[in-house]
Design a protein. Structure first.
Length: 130
C-alpha cells in the first residue's frame, strides 16, 4: 500500500474585478505581506506564512448575494476573521473600504462586505472548544 500523499491548503482564492485592489484591502485589514504579484493575480500571506489569500481578476465577476435570493449569484463561501475588539475591528474595516451588510444574524458577529462585494465575518472568540 502506497503512503497517503501530503495535502496542505496553501490559500483561498477570491475572484474580483481587480485583483490588486482587493489584495490591497485584505493586506490592510489583516496586516499580511505580499507573497507574489502579477497583473491579474496577487498572493498575500500571514506573517508566519502558514495561511494565505490569493486574488484573481475576473472580468465577468458578479458579487454574491447574501442572504441568498432566487436567481441571483449565491455566496459560495465566506471568510471568518477573528479579532480582539469587534467594534474597533469593524471601524478599521469600514475605513479601508468595507461596507456593513444589511442583515446581521448574530449579536457577537459582524457581517461586512469587502470592496468587491464578498461577505466576510468579524468575531471575537469566546470560550474554548474541545
Amino acid at each position: 500500500m502506497e503512503p497517503r500523499p501530503r495535502f496542505a491548503l496553501a490559500a483561498t482564492t477570491l475572484d474580483a474585478p481587480d485583483a490588486r485592489e482587493l489584495a490591497q484591502f485584505y493586506r490592510g485589514l489583516l496586516g499580511w505581506r505580499t507573497r507574489k504579484e502579477e497583473p491579474d493575480w496577487v498572493e498575500i500571506a500571514s506573517p508566519d506564512g502558514t495561511a494565505g489569500l490569493s486574488f484573481q481578476t475576473e472580468p465577468l465577476f458578479r458579487p454574491p448575494r447574501w442572504p441568498a435570493r432566487g436567481s441571483e449569484q449565491q455566496m459560495m463561501m465566506h471568510l471568518d476573521i477573528e479579532v480582539n475588539d469587534l467594534s474597533s475591528a469593524v471601524d478599521h474595516a469600514l475605513a479601508l473600504g468595507a461596507t456593513m451588510a444589511d442583515f446581521q444574524p448574530q449579536n457577537d458577529v459582524r457581517v461586512l462586505r469587502d470592496p468587491a462585494g464578498h461577505p466576510f465575518c468579524l468575531f471575537v472568540r469566546t470560550g474554548t472548544t474541545a
